[in-house]
Design a protein around this ligand. Structure first.
Ligand code: UDP
Length: 311
């Protein structure tokens, strides 16, 4: 049975990945500092016998006993308010945390899976964004702590692949939503859901004409799974190319949550990308993958999950 180490396994995506790997019969060691992840994301895992959780800061060298086949490096604050509040931690986990994950993989003869981000494209001048686009990132702006950390993590991962021959897979994840997002995480979807469930105004930054393309978490994890058994290293975009404006999304969430919520317009954060939409030609061709969950359906599922927990 394959054995995986998942850094950031108590986070939103990490907890979905751990569950999927366990469901596929794998053994999983989850490492998380819990700075933004939560043990509640790991409750009611049926395969407890094959699952271990350790509260660990992955910026320090990692020691894991026994064989390891895959190291999945997902650990990082990922929502803009989190990485703006934790700038040094975010840079450290993208840099030192990536060395820890790669050195563990090297020591164990394992492969490395890096979760990178559409943020490597910054405020993109090419639309939609293919993997071949090098991006438009402000290296000293407030968001640079995340964008540059992930760019550095990609560079480090590819360097280990070239120098040490470590098998690698790098995914660039576009905006993803679903159950187990953190309440008040600060991202658009959890904010809108939380506000709508409480009958509060939905807070839209700027005039809401900026766009995002939202992928339901189960689709994303299916993409991860297919990528694992494919031949390439990536980087591979994974996301849903269905693009909406933030104002449309805010109104849709309010509508689906059954609130007549008003819209409150707030100031736009600095360097907030104007548009974002993945070109998924590579994933379609190499993985035969495309998202299947429609936006309304995915939002309904997420609201149904959040309603009893956040109300
Ligand atoms: N946003 C918003 N209201 C909120 C939270 C976010 O209008 O309460 C905007 C944010 O400024 C950005 C977009 O929604 O333009 C997506 O933000 P999010 O934090 O979800 O993710 P990002 O794509 O910026 O990483």
């Amino acid at each position: 049975m394959p054995r995986a180490v998942v850094t950031g396994g108590a986070g939103f995506l990490g907890s979905h990945l751990c569950r999927r790997l366990l469901g596929e019969g794998w053994e999983v060691v989850c490492l998380d500092s819990l700075v933004t992840g939560s043990p509640t994301n790991l409750e009611e895992i049926p395969e407890q016998g094959r699952f271990t959780f350790r509260s660990v800061d992955v910026t320090h060298p990692l020691e894991v006993a026994g064989e390891v086949d895959w190291v999945f490096h997902l650990a990082s604050p990922a929502s803009p308010p989190d990485y703006l509040r934790l700038p040094i931690e975010t840079l450290r986990v993208g840099a030192l945390g990536t060395y820890s994950a790669l050195d563990l993989a090297l020591a164990k003869g394992a492969s490395l899976f890096l979760s990178s981000t559409s943020e490597v494209y910054g405020d993109p001048l090419v639309h939609p964004q293919p993997e071949s686009y090098w991006g438009n990132v402000n290296p000293i702006g407030p968001r640079s702590v995340y964008d540059e950390a992930k760019r550095y993590a990609e560079a480090t991962t590819f360097a280990y692949n070239r120098v040490h021959g470590i098998p690698i897979k790098v995914v660039r994840i576009f905006n993803t939503y679903g159950p187990r997002m953190r309440r008040a995480d600060g991202r658009a979807i959890p904010n809108f859901i939380d506000q709508a469930l409480h009958g509060d105004p939905v807070t839209v930054h700027g005039d809401g004409s900026q766009t995002r393309s939202l992928c339901y978490v189960d689709d994303l994890i299916e993409g991860f799974w297919r990528f694992l058994s494919s031949g390439g290293t990536g980087p591979m975009n994974l996301g849903n190319p269905e693009e909406s404006t933030i104002l449309e999304l805010a109104k849709l969430v309010a509508d689906l949550a059954g609130s007549g919520a008003e819209v409150e317009f707030l100031e736009r954060p600095m360097d907030d990308p104007e548009v974002r939409k993945p070109d998924i030609t590579l994933a379609r061709r190499e993985l035969g993958w495309a998202p299947e969950v429609d936006l309304r359906d995915g939002l309904k599922r997420t609201i149904d999950w959040a309603r009893p927990r956040w109300s």
